[in-house]
Design a protein around this ligand. Structure first.
Ligand SMILES: Cc1cc2nc3c(=O)[nH]c(=O)nc-3n(C[C@H](O)[C@H](O)[C@H](O)COP(=O)(O)OP(=O)(O)OC[C@H]3O[C@@H](n4cnc5c(N)ncnc54)[C@H](O)[C@@H]3O)c2cc1C
Length: 447
């Protein structure tokens, strides 16, 4: 007898997906209704879902349906800071020389994910303001940050990776602000307008993929075919890719193996010409913090009516419920205001207009939740924070595994342990949140 999986939770977002809201783009996809038959069902329309649908469309001439619970780019895919990074935040080798095998493998895989996204950007005609292969700048505002950059550079030397050190003056010329004492530029990263990227990729795919928004899967019956229910549709699919990141747990998979971490961002209103002059610096830039617990900052110029804006992101909280409340967002206002005014004293009167939070999914041992879960059901989940890249990669490789089997890249990506079991509550949440607050405090001026 076929098994019924009642999806225990559908995504609930808190605060606006600001990157999406600031775009003057009214394109939408229909809601799924009635009876739908398909060869392939992709569930989730973030980086993983888009990449899975794209790879399936390249590898097969089959019918493909993508169901997104919300609207495209309203979930984490339209909430992130848009750094597609090829190099790991922390390089692991103790000796510097040569890097560890794990570092080298991660860099190779990350680059494959970025190249797959770059192909989409080229094919779908995305301009630089949506997909900009401008590299990555890391900024240090304190001695601690500088030490971090210096140690990172030794690892880069060991790996033979190219980079350029930036002085305080270089940083000020770029950003207009005098906050950073030192910077590090590495060439392999891309900055995206995340919501524009997702929306334009979805539109580009829509002649080969039937995309439905506002169509959460609420029930699944694995079998031949697999059967699904959304509020208004019944879907029958021969094969399915679950690209729902942490919500793969709502389908009953990976119980007590996934960490649901939220991070938060605030964005200014559109800056006036006189404010832009007061700030100076380049039209578009982004700075990642030398300390991973620090503040990420971006300046973005006008695109599709968005205006020029500044965005700050920091703070992590563990919320195993996979939901946060408005109160959680209100709780980060002070930290964000401080991060903003200390960096942009010349714009201290500019309000941060949009404030939001969004989900990440991590595992204790930093491995993905990837592979065939049962016959004809593949997972492309648990991106361990770097979801613009690893989401893209896992979606692309889930499709590849499903159609071609174990290609070289699939073998590399599958060659991880299972996500480790988590400690029991309340120790997990109390311990993780206390550790994160302590690390933030240690980050000092980098926050
Ligand atoms: C503030 C912030 C800043 C960040 N900055 C960066 C950054 O600079 N670089 C980076 O790489 N990452 C960043 N991230 C993380 C990144 O956004 C995520 O890791 C990434 O979105 C994960 O991609 P995904 O496709 O796996 O999952 P998601 O983007 O979460 O997409 C999964 C989709 O599945 C849908 N879904 C869930 N359940 C169902 C269901 N039952 N039926 C149908 N659809 C369903 C969801 O609505 C969602 O749209 C940031 C995140 C936040 C919140």
């Amino acid at each position: 007898m076929s098994r019924t999986i009642k999806v225990s939770q559908v995504p609930k977002e808190t605060g606006p997906a600001a990157w999406n809201e600031i775009l003057d783009d009214s394109h939408s996809f229909p809601q799924a209704s009635g009876n739908i038959e398909t060869d392939w069902l992709v569930i989730g329309g973030g980086f993983a879902g888009i990449a899975a649908a794209r790879r399936l469309s390249q590898l097969t001439g089959d019918d493909i349906v993508l169901l997104e619970a919300c609207n495209m780019a309203e979930g984490p895919a339209g909430r992130n800071s848009g750094f597609m990074i090829d190099l790991p935040h922390d390089l692991n080798s103790e000796t510097y020389a040569g890097g560890t095998e794990a570092d080298l493998k991660q860099i190779m895989l990350n680059r494959a994910g970025i190249e797959f996204a770059a192909e989409m950007a080229r094919e779908f005609g995305m301009p630089e303001q949506v997909f900009d292969a401008c590299g990555r700048v890391t900024g240090a505002a304190s001695e601690r940050g500088i030490t971090h950059i210096d140690s990172y550079v030794k690892h880069l030397d060991g790996l033979g990776e190219s980079y350029k050190l930036l002085s305080a003056d270089d940083m000020q010329q770029r950003t207009g602000i005098s906050y950073y004492q030192k910077g590090l530029y590495t060439p392999g990263a891309v900055m995206i307008q995340p919501a524009a990227f997702i929306r334009q990729a979805a539109r580009g795919l829509s002649d080969k993929v039937r995309i439905f928004e506002q169509s959460p899967v609420i029930e699944m019956n694995p079998g031949e075919p697999h059967r699904f229910r959304t509020p208004k549709a019944r879907v029958r699919a021969k094969k399915v890719i679950l690209a729902v990141n942490g919500h793969v747990q709502s389908f009953g998979y990976f119980p007590r193996q996934l960490l649901h971490v939220f991070t938060y961002a605030s964005m200014t209103r559109a800056l006036m010409p006189e404010e832009l002059q007061r700030l100076g610096g380049e039209a578009d830039w982004g700075v990642l913090p030398a300390d991973p617990m620090g503040t990420t900052v971006r300046k973005t110029s006008d695109y599709l009516g968005s205006g020029d804006r500044l965005t700050v992101r920091n703070r992590f909280t563990l919320n195993q419920s996979m939901e946060i409340s408005q109160k959680d967002i209100d709780g980060i206002v002070k930290v964000h205001d401080k991060a903003f005014t200390s960096r942009f004293p010349m714009l201290a009167d500019v309000p941060l207009e949009h404030r939001w939070g969004g989900r990440l999914c991590l595992s204790l041992n930093s491995v993905p939740a990837f592979g065939e879960l049962e016959p004809g059901v593949w997972s492309a989940a648990c991106q361990n924070g770097l979801g613009t890249v690893k989401g893209t990669l896992s979606g692309m490789l889930a499709a590849e595994k499903a159609v071609l089997g174990d290609t070289e890249l699939v073998k590399e990506f599958s060659n991880y342990a299972e996500p480790k079991k988590l400690p029991v509550e309340p120790f997990l949440t109390l311990g993780a949140n206390a550790t994160m607050r302590w690390k933030e405090w240690m980050a000092g001026k980098e926050l």
